[in-house]
Design a protein around this ligand. Structure first.
Ligand code: ACO
Length: 166
C-alpha cells in the first residue's frame, strides 16, 4: 500500500491490484467508460504488468483503478531509437469519489512503477478529445498532447495521444 492519503477528511489508500480485485475493476470500468474489455484482458495485464496495476480503496471498498502495460517501440516525444514505453490503458474513479486526489494518486503510482520497476523512458495514453477532466489531470501531471488520432473510438470520436518523458 502507498496510503493513507487524506484530503478534507476523506482518506483513501492506493495499493497494487490482485486477482480478487478484477471483478470489481470490471464493474467500475463498465459504469464509467464506454471502452470495456473481456476479463482475460484485465487478467493478462495483471499477470504481465501487475506492478503497474493499482486500485484505490475507501473504507475497504475499491473505488478506482489504473491499468498499464509496457511496450517496446518508437518514442512519441524524444527522437531516436526504440524505447520501453509505459502505456496507461485505462483509469477510472467512481463518480461519488472524484475530485479528492484519487485519480492523481493512481496515475502517480502507475507512472512511478513504469519508470522504476519496468525501466520505461516514456509514458503515454489515449484520451477522448472531449474528456476535459481527464485531459486536465494528465496535463497537471506533465503529459503533453502529442497528436490527434482521428476516429480512434468506435463512435467516431478522435483521441489525443498524450505522453510524458520519464
Ligand atoms: N474538471 C476539471 N478538472 C478536473 C476534473 C474536472 N471534472 N477532474 C479532475 N480534474 C483535474 C483537476 O486539475 C484536479 O485537481 P483539483 O481537484 O485540485 O482541481 C486534478 O485533475 C486531479 O483530480 P483527481 O481528484 O485526482 O481526479 P479524480 O479522482 O476525480 O479522477 C478521472 C479523474 C479518473 C479522470 C475521473 O474523472 C474519471 O474516472 N472519469 C471517468 C473515466 C475516465 O474518463 N477515465 C479516463 C479515460 S482515458 C484513459 O483511461 C487513458
Amino acid at each position: 500500500t502507498r496510503g493513507p492519503h487524506s484530503v478534507k477528511g476523506k482518506s483513501f489508500v492506493v495499493r497494487r491490484a490482485t486477482l480478487e480485485d478484477i471483478p470489481k475493476v470490471i464493474v467500475i470500468n463498465r459504469v464509467t467508460l464506454p471502452e470495456n474489455y473481456p476479463e482475460w484482458f484485465w487478467r493478462e495485464h495483471l499477470e504481465k504488468w501487475g506492478d503497474a496495476f493499482f486500485v484505490a480503496e475507501v473504507d475497504g471498498k475499491v473505488v478506482g483503478y489504473v491499468m498499464s502495460r509496457v511496450e517496446y517501440g518508437a518514442p512519441n516525444i524524444a527522437k531516436g531509437t526504440l524505447i520501453k514505453k509505459g502505456h496507461i490503458v485505462s483509469i477510472a474513479v467512481l463518480e461519488g469519489y472524484r475530485r479528492r486526489g484519487i485519480g492523481a494518486a493512481l496515475m502517480k503510482a502507475a507512472i512511478e512503477a513504469l519508470r522504476d520497476k519496468y525501466g520505461c523512458k516514456e509514458v503515454y495514453l489515449e484520451v477522448r478529445v472531449s474528456n476535459e477532466p481527464a485531459i486536465r489531470l494528465y496535463e497537471k501531471l506533465g503529459f503533453q498532447k502529442v497528436r490527434v488520432l482521428p476516429m480512434y473510438y468506435l463512435d467516431g470520436e478522435d483521441a489525443y495521444l498524450m505522453a510524458m518523458e520519464l
